[in-house]
Each structure stands twice: as C-alpha cells, then as structure tokens.
Design a protein. Structure first.
Length: 312
C-alpha cells in the first residue's frame, strides 16, 4: 500500500492511502535516510509504503520514497538534534508579524536561507495588517521593500479581516504548501480564513511576553477544497540552520550570490577581505545591513541572536 503522511505525533503517523482512507501507522525498526540524523525520520508530506498489521486496523511503514525536498531545522537549545519540519513542499509561507509577537530579521533570514538550500520557494506573509501603528506600518513597508527587491514575494495580510486572503489562496491552489512562523503569528487563524471547515484551534498572544501559546503541537497536513494541501506546523521560537559550511552560506542569500563573482578573491568570505563586492554593496545601501548582519551571525555559528531587533 502507498500513501502520504498527514500527521506525525512522534511514535505514530497518520497515513492517507490512494483511496483516501486514513490509517494510523508506526515505523518498522529504525530508519536512517541518506545520513540524516533527525528526531523524526518520517515527516508530514512524506510518501511512504506500508502494510497492515495482521489482524489489526493499524499499519507499519516499511519504506519512505525519495523526497523532492524537505525543510529541516536545528534545535537552538539542543544543537546536536535536528528536526525535519515537512517534506515535498511546493511553497513555504513564512508568517511575519511586526509586533505581538515580533518577528526579527535574523529569524526571517535563517528560514529563507534554509529554504534556498533545500530548493523550496518561499513567500513572506506580513500578518495582522489591521493592528499596527503608523510606526509599525513603516517598519512593515521597509521589510517588504528589502525582501521584494531580493526577489521574494511579499503579501501584507490580515487573517481576521480577510485582507490579502484571495491572493494567498491563488498561490496555494493545487500545491502542497506549508505555513511556518513563531507561535502567535496567526497560522491557525489564517488557515481557518482560507478553509473555514477545518476550524482549527486558536489562542491569544500573551500581552506581557508578546509570545504566542502553542496551539499546534505536531505538524499536520490538510486537504483544501479548492485543490492542494496545507501543512500547519508548530510555532517555532528559533531557527537553527543545519549542515551549512561557512563558505556555502553566500549561495543561500540570492543578492549575495549575484555579486560574489565580482569579489577580488574567489574564496572571499565577505568579512575582512579587501575589494569585496558584497561589503561594497552593503556600504552603498544596495544590500540591506540587516541581511549582512544575519549572514555574519550564520557564518560565525551564532544561534542566539535570532530574537535581536536590529531596528530597535
């Protein structure tokens, strides 16, 4: 039997077969996929082969088919552990909020670089458009300009007021898409606005700590009535990157990659070298200082500054 994993709860996986039946499955033995050492060898979005357990309605997964792509993160606190968020994704939507809770550029850039590394198209959704002050709207416009100029699609939205929802739905049609972001940015609210029949649980953001409560404990994939699937993921505090060699990171920043051939040295790290095209572009304002700061933190292996607001 073949199917796709739609939910992972650690030891059990929900699999939808080719006849749209839902089967609870477990793993057969230990899986090690192409050297990936992760906390979850099977992820939501994986296509698998399974067989029913004798005399039971549950199944056993005995094969994982090759992935088109996947997105993986490293735990900030447990740096030796990694976690595959989802697999076989057409578009990864990152929900960004200017405040309540704040999403800082270090987090955005780590997410985008990881998506670039694993060949996943990314779109930024600036949510809670209806809640911001004039100063916060200015910051949103600045971020929109930075990422739009790089080539990322940016859509200002309000999940509660329905602003921008139709544009998001058009991108999602007949695709497998993923929503990610901090707890409290409005992922479940947005999914409910897009597909009201799902009626996912939502919670308020803590005003004292400006952090969201976890409403999604495990990643889960849902079919969409207008075609395609959406993967809802648990809110994540930090986004530690995995298996990036320092000299590769430039390749995951598109605006850096376009210029690196103009550096004096082929192995330029864009830090202390003379006649560096990327540093010159930062000084000229052609590359955002926030992006360069994120690059330096990733090169230095700094996993602690994803919460730092460089604009404060």
């Amino acid at each position: 039997m073949k199917g796709v994993v739609t939910k992972s709860t650690g030891s059990w996986y929900t699999v939808i077969d080719e006849e749209n039946n839902s089967i609870d499955c477990r793993l057969k033995g230990k899986f090690r996929i192409k050297g990936i050492k992760s906390t979850n060898p099977v992820a939501v979005g994986d296509f698998v082969k399974f067989e029913y357990e004798e005399g039971k309605e549950t199944g056993v997964i005995n094969k994982i088919f090759d992935r088109k792509n996947y997105i993986i993160r490293k735990s900030v606190n447990l740096s030796k552990q990694t976690h595959i968020i989802a697999a076989n994704i057409d578009i990864a939507f990152l929900l960004v909020t200017i405040d309540n809770p704040p999403t800082f550029t270090g987090f955005i850039d780590r997410f985008l670089a990881t998506a670039e590394a694993y060949n996943i198209k990314s779109v930024l959704l600036f949510n809670k458009l209806d809640m911001y002050t004039d100063d916060e709207l200015e910051k949103l416009a600045m971020l929109d300009e930075i990422y739009s100029e790089i080539g990322y699609k940016c859509i200002p939205i309000s999940a509660t007021k329905g602003i921008g929802i139709d544009e998001v739905k058009e991108l999602m049609k007949d695709k497998t898409t993923m929503f990610s972001g901090h707890s409290g940015v409005g992922k479940s609210t947005l999914i409910n606005a897009i597909e009201p029949s799902l009626n996912l649980k939502t919670k308020e953001v803590s005003k004292q700590h400006k952090q969201g409560m976890h409403t999604t404990t495990f990643a889960e994939m849902f079919a969409l009535s207008f075609g395609g699937f959406i993967i809802d993921t648990p809110g994540i505090k930090g986004f530690g990157v995995v298996d990036f060699e320092p000299n590769q990171i430039t390749d995951y920043f598109p605006e850096f990659f376009k210029l690196k051939s103009k550096c004096k040295f082929n192995n330029c790290m864009h830090i202390n070298e003379p006649k560096c095209a990327i540093k010159e572009a930062v000084e000229a304002g052609d590359i955002a200082y926030s992006r360069y700061t994120s690059y330096l933190q990733m090169v230095e292996g700094d996993e602690e500054h994803y919460r730092v607001d460089i604009y404060s």
